[in-house]
Design a protein around this ligand. Structure first.
Ligand code: THU
Length: 197
């Protein structure tokens, strides 16, 4: 490609002004929020359900209220919040609460999860990616393509606005992971040796 002065000038002329750029970004975000994930559930609805679930958080120690909304392959939403303990380590994250609720209802396959974490008393919130323990429990039931939807935004009078939306896969969050297919039981190993002889 030619990179002489004329080319550079042309490129400068076609540069999108900052204001237009913002509009384009907002449109992209709206499209992302409107995307149907499974059945009739959109990313916006899943984020909204996560934000609402966070209102039930029991977080007197961290004062960080997290909500998760997990979407099963059957198109049902299971929500969860974080539940803390005075002795700290029994604390259960919002994602694991939602996952255990769903599994206990008979679900085993999942398409996506949305997570919203907010500091008590603050209207603005940033992205809240799942912790390592939750990633590992998702690994038990979900494919590498399982979608993790995060958002930053603010809350006013109980209404949530998601100004930035980010999506990652479980494979990206937990690469080279250990799972049920990563090891061989003593029985499987014995069967293999028997097949050889
Ligand atoms: N927490 C979650 O519920 N999910 C996350 O993804 C990150 C952390 C909770 C655990 C604890 O109650 C509080 O947030 C502070 O770590």
């Amino acid at each position: 490609m030619k990179t002489d002065k004329t080319t550079i000038k042309r490129a400068e002329r076609t540069k999108i002004p900052e204001k237009e750029n913002k509009t384009a970004q907002e449109i992209r975000e709206k499209e992302a929020l409107g995307e149907v994930l499974k059945g009739a559930v959109t990313a916006a609805e899943l984020l909204e359900a996560a934000a609402k679930a966070g209102e039930n958080a029991y977080a007197p120690y961290s004062r960080f209220r997290v909500g998760a909304a997990l979407l099963s392959e059957t198109g049902k939403i299971y929500t969860g919040c974080n539940v803390e303990s005075a002795s700290f380590s029994p604390t259960c994250c919002a994602e694991r609460t939602a996952l255990c609720k769903a599994v206990s209802e008979g679900e085993r396959r999942f398409a996506a999860v949305a997570v919203i974490g907010r500091t008590e008393g603050k209207s603005q919130f940033g992205f809240c990616p799942p912790c390592g323990v939750c990633r590992q429990l998702f690994r038990e039931f979900c494919e590498e393509t399982f979608r993790v939807i995060l958002a930053a935004g603010d809350e006013k009078d109980g209404k949530f606005r998601f100004s930035e939306v980010k999506e990652v896969t479980l494979g990206e969050l937990l690469p080279q992971s250990f799972g049920a297919n990563s090891w061989e039981t003593a029985e499987q190993s014995a069967d293999k040796s028997a097949d050889k002889s």
